[in-house]
Ligand binder design. Sequence first.
Ligand SMILES: Nc1ncnc2c1ncn2[C@@H]1O[C@H](COP(=O)(O)OP(=O)(O)OP(=O)(O)O)[C@@H](O)[C@H]1O
Ligand SMILES: [Mg+2]
Length: 507
Amino acid sequence: MDSKNTEKFDFLSLTDIRKEQFHALYRISSLLSAAEYSESLMADALDVIVGATHAERGLFAQWQVSSNEFNILAARNIAKEDISDLSAFSSGILGRVVVEKRPVLYHDVQSDPTLSQFKSVQIHKIKSVIGVPVFQDNQVWGVILVDSVENRTAFSEEYLDFLNFFSNMLSLALDRILQVESLRDENRALRSQLEAQQTIPDMVGNSPAIRQIANLVHRVAKTDATVLILGESGTGKDLVARAIHHLSPRKDKTFLAQFCGSIPETLLESELFGYKKGAFSGAHTDKKGLFEVVSGGTFFLDEIGDITPGLQAKLLRVLQNQEIIRVGDTQVRRVDVRIITATNQNLYEMVGNGRFRQDLFYRLNVFPITLPPLRERRTDISHLADHFLKKYSNRSLKIDRQTLSKLENYSWPGNVRQLENVIQRALILCDGERLLPEHIKLEEKQSIEDYSGTLRDVEKQLLLRRLKEFDNNRTQAAKSLGVSVRWIQLKLKELEDGQKESNAETV
Ligand SMILES: Nc1ncnc2c1ncn2[C@@H]1O[C@H](COP(=O)(O)OP(=O)(O)OP(=O)(O)O)[C@@H](O)[C@H]1O
Ligand SMILES: [Mg+2]
């Protein structure tokens, strides 16, 4: 047995390395200079090492100081197969390299009583071993080990030199790989942090739905994809369209919004596509259409569900070829426009019953964003109410708890726009410092359709609804209904008695 010291490796020179090994090092250096670290890279490098040292197996293990354990990064046998079991290698020898912080070379391990005690050495009949440390910041980061069942006297110092050289190359490569990896991890963490905080300018709300929409808006804004914004009236479609433009690379170019609902076809057509002088009476000069005016920017076509079949066909051409022809003209003009459309109609259904072209629908629906109604994101209501209070008043007003409950329990058929209006009205009615339930005037329109049955039934439904709206505060419910608290108490008693009677009947 002999264990070699490494002092001399500081003076290692290339001339000490055989041609075969030099070739091996050359191959390894090209492997290690790869831009990306991959698991197969280490396996490939080990195959070269095993070949060049005439060993039977090779191992590259990472030393984990905290757990005092080795972690296989790559392990290969002479047949270029993976070995996944670390216990197949001598942990005792690996440990020695870590403790001694220098390369070790052993011949005839079996007859060395200090080494032959290791189980793996016996099971695998290991005879010869070379182990070299891989350093990072002057600490042992890992160990490279090659071994053989033969008593390979050929495992000479020369091989030790060679492996040491490899270890130095690996240290340098690891430096780079680890740095890139840690930068990459940091970058991912920052990105996901940023995504979690991504907000849309002017868009208030913290519900999961709004956060998800903010994320989608940020993602799609970076591209030129056509976006279709869906959602009930007043949910914020306009706001989202503007946000996409302002977060996009086109932000310094024009953003134009064109309302397409209930505008006569010919008027909308000449507005969008422009016209040639003499195209119709009143066309005294050539005129650019909005698609040309907005070129380079973003064009938001609102209420797209309302455009006529003729205009649908023309719009399809813009989307397919980025081309327009002015009314009365033959010249084809190229335009560079990002198109965003919105509607509160059900386009799927309109395609189904032939009112909207399917091919156009697919072109518009490249990236749909659906804004949920306010009643499906009630946690946003308090934030929005605060926002509108600040927007429309510089008084420091507080929203009463019951007021908030009234706002949160309402169905908001007109969504955020309706909430905005209700808060504006409440500000007119409120003189004090607290916004009270009576300042909140909600439209009961939908309740008329909701109520059914006899007058007595309607009375009951309205009473219960009001009580719920005012958090069971009988004084406020009475005030809002224009009745006395005593009336409410009587009615509730009547309801209770009626309930008992019907229960008794069913028993
Ligand atoms: N999340 C929000 N935060 C702040 N303000 C909002 C939000 N959503 C909507 N609003 C405001 O509500 C009003 C209505 O929004 P917007 O015009 O974008 O709705 P819309 O979906 O386009 O409605 P319509 O279908 O009727 O055109 C606007 O004044 C807008 O600023
Ligand atoms: Mg709108």
